[in-house]
Design a protein around this ligand. Sequence first.
Ligand SMILES: C[S@@+](CC[C@H](N)C(=O)[O-])C[C@H]1O[C@@H](n2cnc3c(N)ncnc32)[C@H](O)[C@@H]1O
Length: 378
Amino acid sequence: MTVTAEHSTHDLRRRLTGHLVAEGVLRSPGWIRAFSTVPRERFVPAFTLRTADGVRGVREGDTAYLDTVYSDASLITQRDTSGTATSSSSQPRVMATMLEALPDDDSTSVLEIGTGTGYNAALLCERYGSPNVTSVDIDPDLTAAARQRLHAAGYAPTLITGDGTAAHASDGPYNAVIATCGLPRIPQDWLAQVVPGGTIVANLGYGLTVLHTDEHDTVQGHFLPEMAAFMTARGSSSHTNGGHQGDMAALMRATGSITTVHLQCDVTAPMSRFLGGMLHPDTVDFTLTGEDGHVVHIVQHPASGAWARMTMHDTEGARIDYDGPGGRNLWGERLPLMTAWAEAGRPGPERYGLTVSGDGGHTLWLDGPGGRSWELPA
Ligand SMILES: C[S@@+](CC[C@H](N)C(=O)[O-])C[C@H]1O[C@@H](n2cnc3c(N)ncnc32)[C@H](O)[C@@H]1O
C-alpha cells in the first residue's frame, strides 16, 4: 500500500496495530490502545533502513516516509563514525512482544534502559501514565532530542542521561525494568532498582527473557518464544549482537579443518545462535545462503579471528569447516550445546529459563531450574 492523501496517519497506525494483533503479538487492550494512539512519525523524522539493495535513507516528506514509519521495520536513527548503528526505533513486533510481557496493571512504575528516539517511552507513558515512566540513555544528544519529541507529543516521563547498566539516583525502585539494548548478563545494579516480585524484561544474546525478582536477591524466569537481538549496551563487555568483523565473502571461502557430523538436528538452526549467544557471548553468529542454495551458519570470534562454518547437507549430514587461531575451536564449543538441544527434542527458547543469583551467577536451564543447566561465563 502506498500513502495517498486519504490515508491519514491514524489509518496507518490502525493498519500496523491490526497487523500486530493479527500476528498474535499484540493481545492486551492496554497495549493495543497505546500502539493505536502514539504517533511513531513524531519520533523518527529521518532514518535509514536495510533493504535488499543496501542501506536506504528516508526522511519526512519523502514519498515512502509515512508508509515506512508504519511498517514493521526497525528504523536506524544514529550511526557512529564507522557506520555501525548506535540507535534506532526497534521493530514494532519486537517492541510489542516485550511490552506485552510487562505487568498488565495501570499503576506499574517502569524503568526503560535505552530511550533512543523516545517512541517506546511514549508507548509506556500512554499505557502507565508519564509519572510512572523513567527512561535512561547513555547518549545526551538522544535524551535531549527524545525529551523535546515526547513533550511535543504530550508525554513527560523522567529522562536520565547515564549508563543504564549502573544504578542511578532515581525515583525507584520500580515495578518493572525493560531494556531495549542488548546485554550479555543482567546487571547486578538492577536488582536494587526493582521491587521484590517485580519484572525484568531484557534481551540477552538472542533471547528475550522475562524475569521476576524475589526477596532474596534472586531473579528467575523464562525466555519468550521469539528471538531478537538489540544493539548491545554501550560500555558492556563483549557481544556485538548480529554484527560480524571483516569480509563475509572471505569467511564463506575461507579454508581450514573439515569434519562431517551426523546429529539428529540442523546445526544451522536458529537455536544454535540462541545458545551460542548466551554461553559464548564473545562470538557472533550469522546465517547466509550459499551460492549452491545451502544454508550456511557461521560463528566467529572477532578477537582472535577464529571461525566455524556449518553447512547442512540433507543426505550427508553437516559439513563443518573451521579454523582456530589462538586455539579457539568454535565448532568444538558449539557441538555439546547442539547435542544437548537435539537430545531434548529440539526445544524452542520458551523451554529455557534463567536464574540470576545474589552473587551475580547466571544459570541457564532447560525445563525448570532443576533441569539440565549451564553456567553463563562471568
Ligand atoms: C535500540 S535503541 C532503543 C530504542 C528506543 N527504546 C526507542 O524506542 O527508540 C538502543 C538504545 O540504547 C542506548 N544505550 C546503549 N547503551 C546504553 C547504556 N549502557 N545505558 C543506557 N542506554 C544505552 C543507545 O544509545 C540506544 O539509543
